[in-house]
Unconditional design. Structure first.
Length: 488
């Protein structure tokens, strides 16, 4: 089938035909999580969106190298090289080593993404594992004249850069406005220009995560890790760079500047940005305190939630919105998604029970397929695809009720269509209790959450988890070997 994949490129602010740099191959880099705390549902939305994109590219037959990093060093609290190190602060709070924090939340991140049925990236590099590549890149930027060192810290020289390049190319902001909206430098500042940002930061004596460098002991700035790791695994120029929309103005703007200053080329041909998950119109974020943890959503244990939802119902909820639209969280929207997801799965279940006829009269599957591909080819429009799938659900139900006929060969084709679009492209799976194969994983997460609550003497929560599971037909049994579960 002829495909004409079109995607929205933030860089050009329009939809463009997707033409990979190397035929049939795609290099895609997506900014991963900063593993200093649990990922919230908003973060998950971004990773589920790129999972959809990855899955569709693979489905179309591209050989995709998908790189998604783990930020495990160098991320300060402020966007402008100020504030505490996020890992060190959390480590102090939890009385752990910073690398224990990193390990704990990396595992948590993987657990959650597995529940959402996302495919792991091809390479998942960490910032701490690529210190020498980052140092090398900083050296090259200095050599090219776009960075300078002051007292053990290296800054990117934006003022110099803007003389040759367009610093605000990604977001199309006016440079004057940006300057006027940025804090003026004070007497203590080491930076030469107010837009300059750190590539390498001198470690204060108390800073635990530190590495030797040509400029003394320090640690990398946040932006340089993505430039260094994308270059290492995807080359100076690759096809797609992605992340949440909130990253475009600073992190991605600085990534482009670093790569241009080092390699003399813009790193990615297409920049893709996912929109935010909001709660009552406000962006879900750790700092706003409105960040649901996926575990809370699965158990329903949160004041804003009426009940718990399965990971696949939540994934379906996310896919019902286009990745570039905001998605507002509400109990009603989740209830509707849960219902829709179950309707879809039941219809697929019926496919094995359908009695076939000699001929078909249910419509034209080729046309349905064509429209489904057209939806996904149009900037990965999953909501339009889902509308098409519901049309198919109606057809399946009518065939099952004996109102329409389907031949054996058409039934096989219909099964293949559902396999392709529901399972392979949308990445859904049947997680109805007792049928899905992720039940054990899901139960382990819930049991761990309950154990954490018990450990913290939060017996209200631990009892509530047990009661809600009982209501859902699952019994917990505490034994000396841990907590066991069975269906009642
Ligand atoms: P962080 O761990 O904060 O660096 O974020 C990891 C990813 O999640 C980034 O790509 C962010 O842009 C994205 N993100 C953060 N908050 C939201 C949200 N409310 N909705 C969607 N994506 C988000
Ligand atoms: Zn990044």
């Amino acid at each position: 089938m002829e495909h004409n994949l079109v995607l929205y490129n933030t860089l050009t602010r329009k939809k463009e035909k997707f033409v990979p740099i190397h035929p049939n191959m795609v290099g895609m880099y997506v900014c991963g999580p900063t593993v200093y705390s649990d990922v919230h549902l908003g973060n998950c939305r971004t990773f589920v969106s790129f999972d959809l994109i990855f899955r569709y590219l693979v489905h179309l037959g591209y050989k995709v190298r998908y790189v998604r990093n783990i930020t495990d060093a160098g991320h300060l609290e402020g966007d402008n090289d100020e504030g505490d190190d996020k890992f060190a602060k959390k480590a102090k709070l939890e009385q752990l080593e910073p690398m224990e924090i990193v390990q704990k939340y990396t595992i948590g991140f993987h657990d959650v993404l597995r529940l959402f049925n996302t495919i792991p990236p091809s390479i998942e590099p960490t910032a701490t594992g690529h210190i020498s590549e980052q140092i090398e890149m900083v050296q090259e930027i200095i050599k090219n004249g776009f960075a300078y060192e002051v007292n053990g810290t290296v800054y990117f020289d934006v003022e110099k850069y803007v003389k040759e390049y367009n610093y605000t190319i990604l977001t199309n902001r006016n440079l004057e406005d940006l300057l006027n909206n940025t804090r003026e430098l004070g007497g203590q500042d080491e930076k030469r220009g107010r837009l300059d940002f750190a590539l390498w930061i001198k470690a204060k004596p108390e800073h635990i995560m530190r590495w030797p460098s040509p400029w003394g002991v320090g640690f990398p700035g946040w932006h340089i890790e993505c430039s260094a790791m994308s270059r290492k695994y995807l080359g100076d120029q690759f096809d797609i760079h992605g992340g949440g929309m909130d990253l475009a103005a600073t992190h991605h703007t600085n990534e482009i500047a670093q790569s241009e200053a080092c390699n003399h080329t813009s790193p990615a041909k297409y920049w893709m940005h996912t929109n935010m998950l909001t709660v009552n119109g406000t962006r879900m974020s750790k700092s706003a305190g409105n960040g649901f943890l996926p575990g809370e959503l699965f158990t329903g244990n949160h004041p804003l939630l009426n009940r718990g939802y399965s990971p696949m119902a939540v994934r379906f909820f996310m896919l019902q919105a286009h990745y570039r639209s905001t998605l507002d969280f509400s109990n009603d929207a989740l209830d509707a998604a849960d219902k829709g997801y179950k309707r879809l799965m039941s219809a697929i279940g019926l496919l094995d029970k359908i009695v076939t006829s000699k001929t078909s009269n249910f419509g034209n599957l080729e046309e349905i397929k064509k429209r489904s591909y057209a939806a996904m080819d149009d900037d990965f429009n999953s909501p339009v695809l889902i509308a098409e799938l519901f049309e198919v659900v109606r057809i399946i139900n009518s065939i099952y009720d004996g109102k329409l006929n389907i031949s054996e060969s058409d039934l096989q084709a219909l099964k293949q269509y559902m396999q392709d679009f529901v399972f392979d492209v949308l990445g859904l799976k049947d997680d109805q209790i007792g049928e899905g194969d992720n039940m054990e994983d899901l139960m382990q997460i819930i049991i761990n959450l309950r154990n954490d609550a018990k450990k913290n003497k939060d017996f209200v929560t631990s009892d509530r988890i047990r009661e809600q599971l009982t209501a859902a037909g699952i019994q917990l049994k505490d034994s000396k070997d841990g907590t066991l579960w069975n269906k009642i």
